[in-house]
Design a protein around this ligand. Structure first.
Ligand code: 13P
Ligand code: SF4
Length: 310
């Protein structure tokens, strides 16, 4: 039997020797979150990637997040523990089909959710995340028609919040679209003292039962600050780790999906493990590499998002 590796200790040592920063999303498994230098939502991770002066960005999240980091800070090496960590929203919005969608609506202002490929971003006027989507759409001149891709549920939520009409790409997140309204209502009946917090990628029939809707970071801040002590959490279960750390005495009930599982995990996010994180740092692979022209073309709409977010 070979000696067991203390992944956490090895990762911390590699971090120092490589001058690396580990950025992790809230949907990563707890061990990965605990070894990261920074845990955040898509916007906070993009901002952290842009401003870091570390030589290497190790991105524990999904592919589009690592791409965003590379576009915003191209002189850094960007590593991703598993290159196959995609996203249903991004994967189901192929650039050629998106181009055709745009061509059907000439003159429209194009807003793409950050959960999209670099090629789709490059064809967009501005990018948004779940935490700034309302703010971004509110800044688009009133006389412009708007295309919004690829998450139709976030798009509908933004339309409600802003009063703007938008043409929506018919995409959805496989994790958030399978929460069961019926099971959620049952849970509310069982726990009348609980507040429901939900991510805007959920369907409207689920969101209408929510007391608070927001990005992962907004949900975390909300439950920590709220005077309430019990929450039904309608998003990927990884967020519960930071909720328990931020307010350990409160009760968190993950909302059940419409299948046999008790809670909902993103199969793409969960491809990253502590062992893969260690190996990718040790071997400096897989590395996220993008063609320079694509990198350049996707930068302007991302920069515009950061400017419009302050
Ligand atoms: P946040 O930006 O809210 O963290 O969302 C990212 C994501 O992929 C949600 O499914
Ligand atoms: Fe994509 Fe959904 Fe996974 Fe987020 S939770 S990375 S939107 S598949």
């Amino acid at each position: 039997m070979g000696a067991t590796v203390d992944y956490e200790a090895e990762i911390r040592a590699l971090k120092r020797s490589m001058n690396a920063v580990i950025l992790a999303h809230y949907y990563q498994e707890s061990e990965v979150q605990d070894v990261a230098d920074f845990v955040g939502d898509s916007l906070a991770l993009a901002q952290a990637a842009e401003k870091t002066d570390a030589d290497v960005i190790v991105f524990c999240g999904v592919h589009f997040m690592a791409e965003t980091a590379k576009i915003l800070n191209p002189s850094r090496q960007v590593l991703l523990p598993d290159l196959k960590a995609g996203c249903s929203l991004s994967d189901r919005c192929p650039p050629a089909a998106f181009k055709a969608f745009k061509e059907k609506h000439p003159g429209a202002f194009v807003v793409s959710y950050v959960n999209s490929s670099a090629a789709v971003k490059a064809m967009s006027d501005v990018i948004c995340t779940s935490s700034n989507a309302v703010k971004i759409v509110n800044q688009i001149p009133r006389d412009r028609s708007i295309l919004f891709a690829p998450d139709q549920h976030l798009g509908r939520h933004v339309m409600k919040q802003t009063g703007r009409d938008m043409v929506l790409w018919p995409g959805s997140c496989i994790v958030h679209e399978i929460f069961s309204e019926k099971k959620l209502v049952q849970l509310k009946v069982e726990h009348p003292d609980a507040e429901v917090v939900a991510h805007p990628e959920c369907e409207q029939q689920v969101l209408r039962h929510a007391d608070f809707i927001g990005s992962t970071k907004a949900l975390l801040d909300y439950v920590v600050k709220s005077p309430k002590s019990k929450f039904i959490v309608v998003t990927e279960a990884g967020i519960l780790h930071q909720m328990k750390k931020g307010a350990p005495d409160k009760t968190y009930i993950p909302a059940p999906p419409d299948n046999g599982c008790a809670c909902n995990e993103c199969p793409y996010m969960r491809l990253n493990t502590l062992e893969k994180l260690y190996r990718c740092m040790r071997d400096r692979t897989p590395e996220l590499v993008l063609p320079a022209d694509l990198q350049g073309a996707a930068l302007a709409p991302l920069k515009r998002m950061l400017e419009w977010s302050v």
